[in-house]
Design a protein around this ligand. Structure first.
Ligand code: SIN
Length: 283
């Protein structure tokens, strides 16, 4: 039986008829590759995969990036733990972002597997940066076309990151505390509008968490233009929530989507396993 690709509302597609715990046929992999490039995020339900099978699935897409800032799984360092404990207020990913835009070769994508879910809440929202680009008003499109922006991890993971976090959760929110390493990172520059390396489609590639400023503009003009872009990209018609269930997996493309982890389940534990796949430099 061929796999079925079913659109997930306004963003993404669900892939049905596949068991990720079994060896994958080349036909199914190519159908998944096409769906991933087209929709920006793909979802799987009712899966039961081990940590090793999570790693094996990820290797079909590229080399695995070992996360420098998150706590690693104690046995499988390829897996970054995205955990919120019942007594924590702060969560990982609780603001619109795309993973690793602070790298010179930003990550291709991330595969998130639900391991422990709260009784309610804890969904993840996705926004399509393809759709955001397509709907850019001509004036805004003309303002950003050909421009480049500086991205950074230092204000989020570095030693001066305190302003972004609830103080009581610092270093208990799954980050491993190598702020010194983050302080030393150089800041990459990426096009504000990219041509997606897999789909060839145009997409907005700035995000509120990691983009610092647009080159060649004054601080004030850059902030104004980024705020206008973010307000546009956050429009509800480009977004869809994904409601996790036991056995759910999401695999998003970091060059085509933003995501946002809801922090609406205080007092409950949520544990997700994330593998991030290396990408290429964006031209
Ligand atoms: C992340 O931002 O990588 C985590 C998303 C989530 O936990 O839903």
């Amino acid at each position: 039986m061929p796999i079925e690709i079913r659109k997930h509302g306004r963003v993404g597609a669900e892939i049905l008829g596949i068991d990720l715990a079994r060896p994958l046929a080349e036909d199914d992999l190519s159908a998944m590759r096409a769906a991933f490039a087209e929709h920006g995020v793909v979802f799987f339900r009712d899966q039961s995969i081990t940590e090793q099978q999570h790693i094996d699935f990820a290797r079909h897409w590229g080399a695995i990036n070992i996360n420098r800032f998150f706590t690693a799984h104690s046995v499988y360092p390829e897996i970054a733990l995205v955990v919120k404990e019942p007594d924590q207020q702060h969560n990982i990913g609780g603001g619109w972002h795309t993973d690793h835009s602070y790298d010179f070769a930003p990550a291709l994508g991330s595969i998130l597997v639900a391991r422990e879910l709260p009784p309610q809440g804890g969904s993840t929202a996705f926004a399509s940066m393809y759709a955001a680009y397509d709907a850019l008003p001509p004036r805004l499109k003309a303002q950003v076309e050909g421009r480049h922006a500086v991205h950074s991890a230092r204000h989020v993971f570095g030693s001066r990151a305190g302003a972004y976090e609830a103080a009581q959760d610092t270093r208990r929110d799954g980050r491993i505390g190598n702020a010194g390493a983050a302080d030393l990172l150089d800041d990459p520059v990426h096009p504000v509008i990219i041509t997606h390396p897999l789909s060839g489609k145009r997409a907005v590639y700035v995000n509120p968490s990691f983009t610092l400023h647009i080159q060649g503009l004054s601080e004030e003009n850059s902030r104004g233009l980024l705020e206008e872009l973010y307000a546009h990209c956050r429009r509800p018609e480009f977004q869809e929530d994904f409601h996790w269930r036991e056995g759910s997996i999401a695999f998003w493309d970091n060059r085509a989507t933003w995501h946002y982890a809801y922090n609406d389940y205080h007092g409950h534990r949520r544990e997700m396993h994330r593998i991030t796949i290396e990408g290429i430099q964006l031209g």
